[in-house]
Design a protein around this ligand. Structure first.
Ligand code: FA5
Length: 345
């Protein structure tokens, strides 16, 4: 029996040594030390031995069992360590690899131009005023010296919601609303916002577009204040060397009315495709607030005067970025929008 025990031990130690995975080693442990294993069998068979041999054999079996258990434990530590190292090697991350690029958003080119115009006028002491896009006929037309039936209403083809309510066709109604609310006080505001006209969409027209209105009302406001303001604005937006010219025009709510052109920033005035060979580019409409408009809003035209201007930021953005079709601003083609990266601002 002693010999049998010795053989068993050697066999178990060899299997332990040869086990190359934690699972394999566990199988060896169960097969030798488990309830149905040979060592347990031997212990169970002790009863059949003569009484005087039992202590000696019992001690021998225990020595073998301890020896097998010890080498199992030692091998287990080794194999577990190996398994962890293999897993670590498999899951290793190369922190020196370049990162995946993260897609960042940009400001829409129109938002940028509007922000820039706002910043300029805020730096000149203007405040921002807002008004509703669904507007009363009164503020959109009547309070601006365009009574019902006035032929100049045809200049702005409108989306009517009811007889007296429409989608505003320009930001000028904010002039009338602000004057009415200020009750005779001095005013210096710009009003950015969306406007709507029944124009057919084409490369330079959209049925919905943006305008920025300006209004200054106070004592001794003159045409030269208007011209000086617009000159500074043109230089800020299109470069220090820009010149402006004011051409006579007509708007029912201003008298006199003008249209402002800037010297072409592409050819400098020689004539090119941007300025249609004229050397000048039309940018906005403006004028001195009509006395009727002041009067209707509760101001005394003999005591105060004012100037107003209105421009389309789409047109400015098209000129600034060389965009040839206004519809690009609204069709949200990511290939178009992503060209205006922050770093180019
Ligand atoms: C007006 O709307 C006046 N309210 C501007 C004004 C304000 C004059 C204050 C005097 C005093 P006009 O209809 O010209 O004016 O429009 C102003 C600008 O809006 C134009 O120069 C153009 O840039 C833009 N615009 C007009 N119609 C369209 C359209 N369908 N699509 C895109 N932009 C347009």
């Amino acid at each position: 029996m002693e010999q049998q025990l010795q053989l068993l031990k050697e066999e178990a130690l060899t299997k332990i040594e040869n086990a190359i995975s934690v699972k394999e080693l566990n199988d060896v442990r169960v097969s030798y030390l488990g309830k149905k294993g040979p060592i347990t069998d031997l212990l169970k068979g002790m009863g059949k031995l003569p009484a005087e041999e039992r202590p000696k054999m019992g001690a021998l079996v225990n020595v073998v069992r301890e020896s097998v258990t010890e080498s199992l434990e030692a091998r287990m530590i080794l194999l577990e360590e190996q398994a962890i190292n293999e897993q670590l090697a498999k899951e290793a991350i190369d922190v020196t690899l370049p990162g995946r690029p993260v897609q960042t958003g940009n400001h829409h080119p129109l938002t940028r131009v509007v922000d820039e115009i706002e910043d300029f006028f805020i730096s000149m002491g203007y405040e921002i005023a807002e008004g509703p896009e669904v507007e009363k006929d009164y503020y959109n037309f009547e309070a601006l010296n365009l009574p019902k039936g006035h032929p100049a209403r045809d200049m702005q083809d409108s989306f009517y919601i009811s007889e007296d309510v429409l989608l505003r066709t320009h930001t000028s109604p904010v002039q009338a609303r602000t004057m009415e609310a200020k009750g005779g006080e001095a005013i210096k505001i710009i009003c950015p916002g969306k406007v709507y006209r029944r124009d057919s969409d084409d490369a330079t027209h959209s049925h919905q577009f943006t305008q920025i209105e300006g209004l200054v009302v106070g004592e001794n406001i003159t045409m030269s204040d208007l011209k000086g303001t617009l000159d500074l604005f043109a230089k800020k937006m299109f470069g220090e060397e820009r010149e402006i010219r004011l051409r006579p025009s007509f708007f029912p709510f201003t008298e006199p009315s003008v249209e402002m052109d800037i010297s072409c920033f592409k050819c400098g005035g020689d004539g090119c495709n941007v300025c249609k060979k004229t050397g000048w580019i039309e940018i906005l409409g403006a004028g001195m607030v009509h006395p009727n408009v002041l009067r209707m809003a509760g101001y005394d035209p003999s005591a105060v005067t004012g100037f107003a201007f209105g421009m389309g930021p789409e047109r400015i953005a098209m000129l600034r970025y060389g965009v040839e079709d206004i519809r690009h601003f609204y069709t949200n083609d990511i290939r178009f929008i992503s060209q205006f990266h922050r770093s180019e601002a």
